[in-house]
Write a protein that binds this ligand. Structure first.
Ligand code: FMN
Length: 265
């Protein structure tokens, strides 16, 4: 299995102590596993300019696509992603947030349907749960099939020695993540994910080719692979969840008659 570790911290600090435990545990379970480390600070990814071209015309036209495309390719080619970052002011650091901002367009056009992630963060005292929930929520929204969460209290600045209890928890969560990645099983989406997916599916029809405010979202959702399916066709969805998705698709179609997102032409 191939794992990509994305370090969204500006250094190899307390959170990295946990990444080392996670990596060692995966190697203990499957010695043939391979890892690639990406330190976001080395990418020198400029801040998102807010041009919204990714939403409107496609991410390939993003002024920073030369950096982002290779990151997207690396994620796509990985079996598991370990996304690690510090908790700063109860949230992910700016480095991680900027990276996430560049992937936001996939909340409108989910993409990584076969990827699974382990999201890990340490905090001095409070906020790691919120930071991890925020990142895991975004990854699930952009298609990730499953996200495992590991928010941890370090009570430390740069001198963290994880307690035995924390090491045991870290190994437990890692084992679950690794087992799931190795199984290659693709899980059916949750109700929450289906709700958002189908609202977009319904609402984005208003932006199809030939409409007043046509966008890449419109092209994606009217694509013949996607137009009739309550979720990505590569994932099996039970009938009761398909019915649930269809209800929200109809709500989306209705909403699109009352709300139009405009842009400067
Ligand atoms: C800029 C900054 C902001 C921080 N914000 C918080 C915070 O909101 N809550 C908290 O409990 N600890 C906070 N801390 C402490 C860190 O969360 C804690 O030391 C964490 O383990 C750092 O992880 P790292 O060494 O991987 O960067 C902050 C530290 C820094 C440097």
């Amino acid at each position: 299995m191939k794992y990509t570790i994305i370090n969204g911290s500006p250094h190899k600090g307390n959170t990295w102590r946990l990444v080392e435990i996670i990596q060692a545990e995966i190697l203990r379970l499957s010695p043939e596993s391979v890892f690639e480390e990406i330190h976001l600070k080395d990418l020198e990814l400029p801040y998102c300019t807010g041009c919204s071209i990714c939403f409107r015309k496609g991410h390939k036209l993003c002024p920073h696509n030369c950096i982002m495309q290779s990151m997207m390719d690396k994620i796509e080619q990985s079996d598991g992603i370990i996304f690690a970052f510090s908790t700063f002011n109860m949230q992910p650091p700016a480095l991680a947030k900027n990276f996430i901002d560049h992937m936001c367009f996939m909340l409108h056009r989910p993409h990584f349907f076969r990827n699974k992630a382990l999201v890990v963060s340490t905090t001095g005292g409070v906020g790691a749960k919120d930071a991890v929930d925020y990142v895991a929520g975004t990854l699930s929204g952009i298609g990730f099939n499953r996200c495992y969460k590991l928010p941890v209290l370090s009570y430390s600045w740069n001198a963290y020695k994880p307690k035995e209890k924390t090491v045991a928890k870290c190994k437990r969560v890692t084992a679950r993540f690794h087992r799931d990645v190795a199984s290659k099983k693709l899980h059916a989406p949750s109700f929450g994910i289906l709700l958002v997916y189908n609202l977009f599916r319904g609402m984005s029809r208003g932006y199809a080719e030939g409409t007043e405010y046509e966008t890449e979202d419109g092209a994606y959702w009217t694509d013949k692979i996607r137009v009739k399916s309550t979720y990505d066709p590569s994932i099996k969805v039970p009938a009761f969840k398909r019915a649930f998705g269809s209800v929200f698709f109809s709500i989306g179609v209705l909403a699109s008659k009352f709300v139009t997102i405009t842009y400067k032409k």
